[in-house]
Write a protein that binds this ligand. Structure first.
Ligand code: PSV
Ligand code: MN
Length: 388
């Protein structure tokens, strides 16, 4: 069994990236409830992400979404991040919010629209280079609503072409993630609906393109840890967008809906050491806090991933293997359930004290006065992104 100190050593190195869009105003299609504490621009989003990192110790990078986070000078933005002890992580293009994209972006039937969308992907490669980010993370809202609306195979060809051009523009040190989503906004087809479609495009592109698993993008009941295990086996799991879903792509706090599922996913990850920083599997959150306060919501989410990882590290792998070999069904399952049922909060509190941070990050946030300060400073903001 792994010793307590070894487990703490693993957890100390964990790297969970938070998304800039978690800190700004967002909402559903029905309403954006403006939060007076919401960050107003990319600089403030990075400041909020830095606070999450200061209080948790394991969230040292922040993903950007372009154009929500477009700035004139990316060198100044990454310097701002560095001064706060942060790095800029994945660059996420946005090719779903302009009128031209009604019928799709890179899969659109009109080559002029495809050109515009591909140019934006290329712009994001340039931004990744400018800010020193290792990742361009692609999600396409492309799809159709009605049978016959467009040619399914032709759309795949158009997608492959745009991906090829983008991949060819990526210099060494920049990788591509291709995210899939079962439905929405396309209700009949999505052009990248599942891991099989994503994987087939990644395999055609080359080793720098890998699959991104957003935990909210599956049909109810999908066994996500099975997908994770298969992608790990093939060496093509590029990373996660962690969040929770009750119904569809709810973007709620990771670990809120089904902590056991989160543990099962992390258990597959830990089994092959893919939780370690050099492993090429990026741990990212993709959440929107529409009614809850944003910074504490991100803190809680980081802690939830950390707790699930700690439990996965507690799995007695030798006992598990022995039970599996012997065909001891209940015994093998019991090893997992024992680890999941362990309260790891005292261990994490101890770890935080050793790292020189408050053992209670949520309490520390409440005591920091940040909420009151930014509420006064930022009140009246129109925000960016959905709330813009
Ligand atoms: C799409 O639902 C998605 O998961 C993609 O990752 C987008 O970039 C992100 O949400 C925007 O919130
Ligand atoms: Mn996502």
């Amino acid at each position: 069994m792994t010793s307590k100190n070894e487990i703490k050593q693993e957890l100390r190195q964990q790297w969970i990236e938070t998304p800039s869009w978690a800190y700004g105003n967002t909402g559903t299609r029905f309403k954006v409830y403006r939060n007076p504490a919401a960050a107003r621009d990319p600089y403030e989003k990075i400041e909020d992400a830095a606070l999450v990192h200061r209080l948790t110790g394991v969230a040292p990078s922040v993903a950007l979404h372009i154009p929500w986070d477009r700035v004139d000078d990316y060198a100044t933005l990454s310097k701002h991040a560095a001064e706060l002890g942060m790095r800029i992580g994945a660059i996420n293009p946005n090719i779903f919010q302009e009128d031209e994209y009604r019928l799709g972006s890179v899969c659109h039937p009109d080559p002029k629209v495809r050109r515009k969308a591909t140019d934006h992907l290329l712009e994001c490669v340039d931004i990744a280079v400018a800010v020193g980010s290792p990742t361009v993370s692609l999600w396409f809202a492309d799809g159709t609503n009605y049978p016959g609306q467009d040619d399914i195979r032709a759309r795949q060809d158009r997608l492959a072409e745009a991906l090829r051009e983008t991949y060819a523009a990526m210099p060494d040190g920049v990788g591509m993630l291709l995210e899939y989503k079962l439905f929405e906004p396309g209700f009949y087809t999505m052009d990248v609906p599942d891991w099989g479609t994503s994987l087939s495009h990644c395999l055609a592109l080359g080793p720098k393109a890998n699959v991104l698993v957003d935990t909210g993008h599956h049909a109810p009941g999908t066994n996500i840890e099975f997908i994770v295990a298969c992608l790990l086996r093939l060496g093509r799991l590029g990373g996660f967008h962690f969040n929770s879903r009750f119904y569809a792509d709810d973007d709620l706090l990771v670990g809120a809906a089904d902590p056991y599922q989160l543990f099962r996913i992390l258990s597959e990850i830990v089994a092959v050491g893919a939780h370690r920083p050099g492993s090429a599997v990026a741990f990212m959150l993709d959440q929107c806090h529409n009614i809850e306060d944003k910074v504490p919501a991100e803190i809680r989410s980081v802690m939830n991933v950390q707790e699930a990882t700690a439990k996965a590290l507690l799995v007695d792998r030798e006992a598990l293997k022995a039970a599996q070999q012997e065909g001891d069904v209940m015994g093998a399952n019991g090893v997992l359930v024992d680890a999941f049922s362990t309260d790891v909060r005292p261990l994490l509190a101890e770890l935080r004290e050793e790292m020189g941070i408050d053992p209670d990050p949520i309490g520390a946030y409440a005591r920091s006065g940040h909420a009151e300060r930014v509420r006064a400073e930022r009140a009246g903001s129109t925000g960016v992104g959905w709330g813009g």
